[in-house]
Design a protein around this ligand. Structure first.
Ligand code: ADP
Length: 558
């Protein structure tokens, strides 16, 4: 139920447009009823050979309903789809904006494919919520009332008969289909999400799967999930067919029953003969509004399952809670002080960092070294406010880190991480991500410092060259240098180089370390490394052991 309320709340602001679309949907079906009814009346009247003038209003009526039906259908489709896609756009933006603060900490338990599926498929599924769940019953109800009232003007018995069959088709068929289709909507969402997550895994790990010979196994899994999906879709299609058949059957049954009831009335002179076909066909065409109803429960189930998935993720609390009442402060100096910092990822997990103490003055360069798993990257994640810490204090320029908005904290850091993401865009666009207002001179200066400019110059399109998905058209070293150039362009007071020279050839690495002072340009710098190359260029060193404890801390004693 909370999911249903949430979905209703999401569509509520557009209620006027939806009401208008529902109104046009009613007018479309009403025109259809009018068209059949007036045509029947025209034929019946014409059979009696009256003067043509008597037939004129009916001829105009047929033309009017024939045209209005198409116009109203167009307006209904246009407004309902425009509104629905507008709502989907809002939901997509809302979901993404909820997702962003959760990364990376609170999303670590989710597969990328699962998130992608939520963002694309599950949001898309919600279009059924309005188009196939909310609107059809409203239209069907109005058609029921109007057609019953119309029939009642001629004979109440006919109106009651129509009412009975219409309600039976409108409520009975959906109940029957619900029993037969139970759970299919939920399963469809589940299997589609699983298939998408699996396919994204396959695509991302294609090279590894081929190299390690697991292609077959993954293909089998894809086939298995695909088969399940086809099975569910087949079941759904079969039941859609059954629902349509049943509705058609009931519409025809209504037609015949009305004829059986009305013919004696004509014989007795209680109903004029020329109205017979008109009444029966009007009732028959009113069933058009019933056809979408049987699948409502399936569509509702599917919308609720998709909505539940989305809401579950958006309800996750970010690791670092934003405090709306942050005092305004401006960092005066790029100093860093850490006092008694201990951290573990979860209460049940071992401590990753234990009692870390550290002081860095503005412009100083610190090397953090230690074996793999010692907690070096974790320390950086804490500095960047990706994870919340409880024990100890971190001060940035004298301010307690927790008293600064996370966004502001991140703006103070330029980071070259081990897995810097490069976008499928040009070299220049990737660089501008760090500073959208950068001038060409600034871009070139950053690339020169990162020893990348000469290489870019050799490319046929220079800075406008597309670097491919994740920068795959570049070598590992070139990607790393691009990441370094991007970090330098940001020009933040703190610079973090997390294994930044990984993937670089020995000569470039040595050159970069030689020029460390030029590169860091007075920025307070934290360098994470497991190699000792270049350490002579740093001012301080923090050596961690595998338990995340300080083994050595202080000025370099080389
Ligand atoms: P380093 O950068 O020194 O190689 P990390 O900071 O990446 O080490 O990891 C330190 C420890 O924290 C490792 O034992 C690792 O398994 C654990 N760890 C890292 N990230 C997470 C996470 N998101 N959830 C739980 N444990 C983690």
């Amino acid at each position: 139920m909370p999911v249903l309320f949430k979905l209703l709340k999401l569509v509520a602001p557009n209620w006027k447009a939806m009401a208008l679309a529902t109104f046009f949907s009613f007018l479309t079906i009403a025109s259809n009823i009018g068209l059949l009814a007036v045509s029947a009346l025209l034929i019946a009247r014409a059979a009696l050979h009256p003067p043509i003038l008597y037939l004129m209003p009916l001829i105009v009526g047929v033309r009017f309903f024939g045209i209005s039906r198409a116009v109203f259908r167009y307006l209904e489709r246009y407004i309902s789809h425009k509104t629905t896609f507008g709502i989907l756009k809002e939901i997509r933006v809302w979901f993404y904006s909820c997702l962003e603060p959760l990364a990376p900490a609170a999303l670590s338990g989710y597969r990328r494919g699962e998130l992608l599926s939520n963002l694309v498929n599950n949001v898309e599924t919600l279009k059924h919520f309005y188009l196939r769940v909310l609107a059809p019953p409203a239209t069907a109800l109005v058609i029921l009332m109007v057609t019953s009232a119309f029939l009642a003007r001629f004979e109440i018995k006919l109106a009651l008969t129509f009412f009975f069959f219409y309600v039976l088709a409108g409520i009975g068929t959906p109940i029957l289909i619900k029993i037969l289709i139970s759970g299919v909507g939920q399963q469809l969402v589940k299997v589609t999400t699983a298939l998408n997550a699996h396919l994204v895994d396959c695509i991302q790990g294609m090279t590894e799967l081929t190299v390690f010979g697991h292609k077959e196994r993954y293909e089998q899994e894809t086939r298995k999930l695909g088969k399940k999906l086809v099975g569910l879709q087949g079941h759904e299609a079969g039941l859609t067919g059954l629902a349509n058949t049943l509705t058609g059957l009931l519409a025809n049954l209504t037609l015949w029953t009305l004829l059986v009831l009305a013919i004696p009335l004509v014989e007795k002179g209680e109903l004029e003969g020329i109205y017979l076909a008109m009444l029966v066909l009007a009732a028959y065409s009113g069933f058009e509004a019933i056809y979408p109803l049987p699948l409502i429960t399936k569509n509702l189930e599917e919308s609720l399952a998709a909505g539940k998935n989305l809401i579950q993720i958006t309800a996750i609390q970010p690791q670092v809670q934003e405090n709306l009442a942050y005092p305004t402060c401006q960092l005066q100096e790029a100093s860093l002080r850490i006092e008694g910092l201990s951290f573990r990822y979860d209460e049940n997990e071992p401590w990753v960092l234990q009692n870390i103490n550290l002081e860095l003055l503005p412009g100083e360069r610190l090397a953090i070294i230690g074996p793999s798993g010692a907690g070096k990257s974790t320390l950086i994640n804490l500095l960047l406010r990706f994870w919340e810490y409880e024990k100890g204090k971190i001060y940035l320029g004298g301010y307690d880190l927790k008293s600064l908005p996370p966004e502001l904290v991140r703006s103070y850091f330029s980071v070259v991480s081990q897995q810097t993401h490069l976008f499928n865009a040009t070299v220049k666009e990737n660089l501008l991500l760090a500073k959208p207002t950068a001038t060409p001179e600034e871009i070139i200066a950053a690339c020169q410092k990162a020893h990348l400019h000469d290489f870019i110059e050799t490319l046929p399109r220079g800075y406008e060259t597309y670097i491919g998905e994740k920068g795959l058209k570049l070598s590992g070293g070139q990607r790393q240098r691009l990441a370094i150039a991007r970090a330098l362009l940001k020009d933040a007071p703190f610079l973090i180089l997390d294994e930044a020279t990984n993937g670089l050839d020995a000569v470039t690495e040595r050159e970069l370390w030689q020029e460390l002072a030029k590169i860091t340009g007075g920025k307070t710098t934290l360098i994470i490394t497991h190699r000792l190359t270049g350490l002579e260029k740093v001012d301080k060193i923090l050596r961690l052991n595998e338990k995340g404890q300080i083994k050595e801390n202080g000025p370099l004693s080389y």
